[in-house]
Each structure stands twice: as structure tokens, then as C-alpha cells.
Design a protein around this ligand. Structure first.
Ligand code: AMP
Length: 264
């Protein structure tokens, strides 16, 4: 266990169950992490998950895992999704929403949920709200990370990932101990196809067009928490935890607005 749940149900979907249940946190959070590609949502999710006792649920990780399914054994939907991903484009709402719906049980997890990379469009955000209602739960906040555009490009182009264990490094700010080798599992690090310069500009344009409207969507429903994300990753994590500690949860599970004490 990585300190963020075993995520078996998230990765395998359908009837799959996690082998290890997360501990019951003193305060259960349902969170979405928002922000442009390269802002560090994945890194923050890895740090926040053990602190909050929740799992890091990344839609991008599920699609990347689909890459290891051999040719000919992938569903047409997965093939279409992987093609979009390689080009740096968004996967269609239908495919992503179906994929999350298949894993909707994770939204009821007793540890809470920490969604990274979903939703990315207003249609996905609306679908998430409906799914949460169906599951008898709710979203506490959308945590929105912001940094200057130039910082994003530097972060994305220097990022290296481990295909075996999903660990993330950066050639300048978080280099592995041995160049090109994962510190955690000794796997060979790679540059994601969608971190090459052509895909980076496509991804940033897709973000501007599709995901920026989500900021308003969550602001209008009083669920937006803005976190300035330039600086050391530990500082950004502490900043997020401090904001969450002060944050008054707006909803009880039955949807009534009612403030609860902000401790966890
Ligand atoms: P990420 O690791 O979150 O940057 O996701 C990697 C890629 O997976 C994205 O560039 C998209 O092609 C695809 N993807 C992941 N999540 C979504 C989503 N919610 N909507 C559309 N495409 C997604």
C-alpha cells in the first residue's frame, strides 16, 4: 500500500474491490483537483492522499494503464481514447464519463475521494454531480491550482515518468538519483508522448477552451478553493491542507447546507 489506498477498484473498474480498505479519516473529503496540465495536480494528489486518508483517483492513470493492454485486446473505446491521448487531445466526454461511471463505487469510499484530471469539461462536471447524487454523496470542494504559463511549459517538458509504478520526476526540480532510473522501482524513466512540445501546446489549448469554464462552474456553486502553486511541492501541499482545515463543509450527505467544524 502506498499510503493512498491500493486503488484496485479504480484501476480495474466493474466489480473489482480494493483489497485494503482505507482507514476512516476524522473528516471525509470529496475533492476535485483542477488546474492546467503541468500545474502539479498529480504530485499534490500523491501528497494529499495520505494526509487526508483518501485515494488518488486519476483518469489519466487509468488511460495510461490501458496502454499496456495488447493490440487486438483493447475495446474500440479504449483505442479511441489512447489515440486522443497520444495527440494531446481530450478523450470524448462519453468515453470518460462511462469510464468514471463504471467506477462510481469509488466515490462512496469511506476514505473519501480525490479526483485528479476529472472533470475537465462542464459536461463532465455536471455528470459528476449527478453521479455523486446517485451515490448519495457530494463534492466538498474543487481545489484550483494556478501558476504562470511559462512555468507550466518548463514543468511539462522536463517531466519524466516511470511506466512501471507511475512515479513522476523532473530533470531539473526533482531529478532521480540515477539519471533515467526510477528511485522507487528502478524502472526506466520515459518522457510521456503527450509531454513532447507539439502535444504540450495542444493540451494547453484544450485546457483553455474546455476546462477554464469549470472554474466558474465551481465558483458559482461556492465550491472553489484557489491555491497558488508556484514554489516547493511541500509548501503547496501545506498551503492546501491549511485551506482545507479552514474550509467549512457546505453540505451534509443529504445535501442540506450546514457548516461543520473544520478539523481533520
Ligand atoms: P492527465 O494525466 O490527467 O494529464 O491525462 C492524460 C491524458 O488522458 C489527457 O491529455 C487526455 O488525453 C486524457 N484524459 C484524462 N482525463 C481526461 C478527462 N477527464 N477528459 C478527457 N480526457 C482525459
Amino acid at each position: 500500500m502506498t499510503g493512498q489506498g491500493d486503488r484496485h477498484a479504480w484501476f480495474h473498474g466493474g466489480d473489482a474491490k480494493c483489497r485494503e480498505l482505507p482507514r476512516i479519516p476524522s473528516r471525509r473529503f470529496g475533492l476535485v483537483l483542477l488546474g492546467p496540465p503541468g500545474v502539479g495536480k498529480g504530485t499534490q494528489a500523491e501528497k494529499l492522499a495520505p494526509e487526508l486518508g483518501t485515494c488518488h483517483l486519476s483518469t489519466g492513470d487509468v488511460f495510461r494503464q490501458g496502454q499496456i493492454v495488447p493490440d487486438g485486446q483493447r475495446s474500440p473505446a479504449l483505442d479511441t481514447a489512447l489515440g486522443a491521448m497520444r495527440r494531446g487531445e481530450l478523450v470524448s466526454d462519453d468515453i470518460v464519463i462511462d469510464m468514471v461511471r463504471e467506477r462510481a463505487g469509488c466515490l462512496r469510499c469511506r476514505g473519501g475521494f480525490l479526483l485528479d484530471g476529472f472533470p475537465r469539461t462542464v459536461a463532465q462536471a455536471e455528470a459528476l454531480d449527478s453521479l455523486l447524487e446517485e451515490q448519495g454523496t457530494h463534492l466538498d470542494a474543487a481545489v484550483y491550482y494556478t501558476v504562470p504559463r511559462q512555468t507550466l511549459i518548463e514543468r511539462l517538458s522536463g517531466r519524466r515518468t516511470c511506466p512501471s509504478c507511475n512515479a513522476v520526476f523532473h530533470i531539473a526540480s526533482r531529478p532521480p538519483r540515477l539519471p533515467g532510473i526510477c528511485d522507487d522501482c528502478s524502472g526506466r524513466l520515459v518522457q510521456r508522448a503527450d509531454d513532447c512540445p507539439e502535444s504540450i501546446s495542444v493540451r494547453l489549448a484544450a485546457y483553455d477552451q474546455n476546462t477554464t469554464p469549470l472554474i466558474d462552474y465551481y465558483r458559482k456553486t461556492n465550491r472553489l478553493l484557489v491555491v497558488e502553486a508556484d514554489g516547493p511541492t511541500d509548501t503547496i501541499c501545506m498551503r492546501t491542507l491549511a485551506l482545507l482545515a479552514e474550509y467549512k463543509v457546505d453540505y451534509h450527505d443529504n445535501g442540506d447546507r450546514n457548516a461543520r467544524p473544520a478539523t481533520f
